[in-house]
Design a protein around this ligand. Structure first.
Ligand code: ADP
Ligand code: ZN
Length: 732
């Protein structure tokens, strides 16, 4: 982007929910290029924007109406590949360009000149004899950080594992030298020469293939499929190391939930000597600024983040890895609704680099692309080392009925007891937070429902509260029924993880328990602590929600019991079966990952269901083929295109009228089927009534164009919000 500005008029994109760019004037003494960060007046404010076009052609705003650009930032310009990506995402998701830019600029004070800070670097001439603590600092300077990199006092303390007094003492003695640094403290460089795993032949072949693609410097999507515990991480670590051999290459690793990756981060640190740069939405402004600056200046080499990391200003992107690519958490469900996995492929294509999609349970979308040869396909069929894949079986709850108010059948209890007596760990999986999903009154039948959503309130025993899992509304669990006043008449219906934990406590009074759900794990530290307890074998039973499916490696865990394997099989989601299979396969994959053999037991009322058959008989290929065939027959993704439109608002009749109006204008073409409007399954959410359309189209149809033309014909409807979701993943 090195065009010099030839005219007075330029166009600026502002990070506001608007589709268009704005015209401004530039005074002659300000040299502006496409991508430059600028400050401009807007109404009575000053806002930050990005130069989008320096030589706009057809603009009808007269020159004398335009305002002048106020100034230019010190930042390097927005990289061209990111600009192209922003435009592409806006077009694909039918979102305002400015909203997408906003995701790329989600850093406070990005415009301001960074403050100068005092950091310290090690003196080139140190005395021969140093105290042991000071020697540690000197050694750290030699081994842990690139030559001469200035660091804050705090960082020196952390790296050398010494107290602040030691560092201050060295500063006083001239052994650490002060220097003024503008901007943020740099990150440590990963070290590729550290000890590494010896790869198996299969792992090596897979790593070599990715490395070959990296060297060719072109786009290629690669599916890295490998059974749970096969060492996919080790494989792509080698690919990361390859990128780090170049001086400037940057690697982006996308993970489903960064807060759950403590074990992964430890492994990275072991391999590369330092943690990667982390990016997610819950960082403090200071952390964000530091990571963002390091990225745009090209210092950040390996960034691991949530889907939003795709919008970081990477200067020399050379490799993208999407770990657990099947995960639906890559889909953003509000604002700009995009699928991080799919957009990662687009980003790689635009940056001309390979993208690796790793999973033990790849999505059907990705598998079909691999089958057709569009993606390369690497496969690891065995677990690393002596570990074997676990043995899986079903308990038919029709023949082994549950006692009222209990959720663990006799055969599962026996298996748990055996395992416990052998001193091994067991995991009970139930993807339901809280104590019970429904509370009702025994005398009048009253059910506790959220006042703002069409959803039941979930009991949380620990706090004695009833809570809505959609909007967060909660109330104390009352002593008597609010409807009929009956005392002690409220009963819990169905289980959540808390209730299963209660049952385990009754069955095994001396056992040590850990409940892994987002309610119990309030912070990354709390999670780390829990993982350590499990790793150190201070826990006998783990009771967990889908959090436990996230790639954990617990060597002593040998038995997995799935409380309700039927949960999630039904519903409006066309991917329900695929997703249930993925979740169950992933949770099963936690068993027997080290030398002790693993076993998995599914409690179910329908052991003949194809998902369970696929798991128990190990015949996932046949299952996936059938899934694919049924999607193809229904023209559903990945064979056909799908979009949803949700209209919502606080006034039910307004929403309904707008929906009917939209239905009357629907495109009338053979290649497009419009279903709806119907009340959404969650027909009332956070105080808004919701109606939805599903739009199915043949794959050759330009669905974005059809939808935008269609929506343009709709007269404006105040008080009705219209949300378009291309490739929807949620169907509530
Ligand atoms: P996956 O991501 O495929 O489930 P991981 O990469 O987590 O598998 O590997 C499972 C376990 O095996 C981890 O503890 C990992 O450190 C170990 N492992 C995998 N490959 C190797 C190897 N080549 N050498 C040593 N350990 C390995
Ligand atoms: Zn609610």
């Amino acid at each position: 982007m090195s065009e010099l500005f030839p005219s007075h008029r330029i166009q600026i994109l502002l990070p506001l929910p608007l589709s268009g760019v704005f015209d401004y004037l530039v005074s002659d003494d300000l040299d502006l290029m496409v991508g430059d960060f600028v400050k401009v007046p807007l109404s009575n404010r000053e806002v930050q924007g990005v130069v989008w076009d320096v030589a706009p052609e057809d603009s009808d705003v007269p020159l004398e109406k335009l305002k002048y650009v106020i100034g230019k930032s010190e930042l390097p310009p927005l990289p061209e590949s990111l600009k192209i990506f922003i435009e592409w995402v806006a077009g694909y998701t039918l979102s305002p360009l400015g909203s997408v830019l906003k995701m790329a600029l989600s850093v406070p004070a990005r415009f301001d000149k960074p403050k100068t800070k005092t950091f310290y670097r090690i003196s080139p001439t140190l005395p021969e004899k140093l105290s042991p603590a000071r020697t540690r600092v000197a050694q750290a300077a030699q081994t842990d950080i690139p030559t001469d990199l200035p660091m804050s006092v705090k960082s020196w303390c952390e790296i050398a594992n010494v107290g602040e007094g030691v560092v201050r003492g060295m500063i006083k003695a001239g052994q650490l030298i002060a220097c003024q640094v503008s901007g943020e403290e740099a990150f440590l460089k990963p070290d590729i020469e550290l000890q590494r795993a010896t790869l198996s032949n299969d792992q090596k072949a897979a790593a070599d293939h990715i490395i070959l693609q990296q060297r060719s410097g072109t786009y290629k999507a690669i599916l890295l499929e490998g059974v749970t515990g096969s060492g996919k991480t080790e494989v792509y670590f080698e690919a990361i190391a390859e990128s780090l051999r170049s001086k400037t290459a940057q690697v982006l690793v996308l993970v489903p939930e960064i807060s759950l990756t403590a074990q992964w981060l430890d492994r990275f640190k072991e391999r590369f000597g330092t943690e990667p740069i982390i990016w997610h939405s819950e960082m403090t402004p200071a952390q964000r600024r530091r990571a963002w600056w390091a990225t745009i200046r090209g210092e950040a080499r390996v960034i691991v983040g949530a889907r939003s990391a795709l919008f970081l200003p990477l200067q020399d992107l050379k490799l993208i890895i999407v770990d657990e690519e099947h995960s639906t958490t890559f889909k953003q469900e509000d604002g700009v609704m995009y699928n991080g996995r799919d957009m990662a492929v687009v980003r790689a294509m635009q940056a001309h680099c390979p993208v690796v999609l790793a999973s033990a349970t790849p999505s059907l979308e990705t598998l079909i692309n691999a089958e057709s040869g569009k993606y390369d396909w690497l496969y690891l069929g065995e677990r690393h080392g002596p570990a074997e894949l676990p043995e899986m079986s079903c308990i038919n709850l029709k023949t082994h009925p549950l006692k009222p108010g209990t959720w663990i059948s006799e055969p599962l209890y026996k298996a748990l007891k055996n395992n416990y007596e052998r001193g091994e760990q067991s995991l009970l999986y139930l993807n339901r937070r809280g104590y019970a999903p429904l509370t009702l009154c025994r005398s009048c039948g009253h059910r506790f429902e959220c006042p703002h959503c069409s959803a039941w309130l979930v009991e949380h025993h620990k706090f004695n509260r009833l809570e809505c899992h959609h909007c967060g509304f909660n109330q104390r669990k009352p002593e008597s029924c609010p409807q009929c006043d009956a005392k002690d008449s409220l009963v819990a219906v169905g289980p959540g993880v808390e209730r299963v934990a209660e049952e385990i406590k009754l069955l095994f009074p001396d056992a040590r328990l850990a409940v892994m759900s987002s309610d119990e794990i309030s912070s990354p530290t709390a999670l780390k602590h829990m993982i350590e307890r499990i790793e150190n074998h201070e826990v006998d039973f783990i009771i967990g929600t889908q959090i436990v499916t996230k790639g954990y490696h617990f060597p002593m865990l040998t038995l997995v019991g799935v409380i309700d394997a039927d949960l999630g099989m039904s519903g409006a989601d066309p991917r329900a079966a695929e997703r249930t299979w993925q979740q169950l396969e992933q949770v099963a994959g936690r068993a027997g990952r080290a030398e002790h053999a693993g076993r998995v037991i599914f409690q179910t009322y329908q052991p003949e269901h194809p998902v369970l058959q696929a798991l128990v008989c190990g015949d996932k290929d046949q299952f996936l083929e059938k899934e694919a065939a049924s999607r193809e027959a229904q023209n559903l993704p990945p064979y056909g295109k799908l979009a949803s439109i949700i209209l919502s608002g606080p006034d039910k009749s307004k929403v309904l009228n707008a929906s009917k109006a939209l239905a009357r204008l629907a495109p009338n073409r053979k290649e497009i089927t419009v279903l709806g409007p119907v009340p959404a399954p969650l027909s009332y959410l956070r105080g808004n009534y919701r109606y939805r359309f599903l739009i199915k189209a043949k794959s050759k149809v330009n669905l974005q164009k059809e939808i935008s033309v269609w929506l343009e014909t709709l007269p404006s409807n105040r008080g009705v919000r219209i949300q378009i979701d291309i490739d929807p993943y949620s169907f509530y």
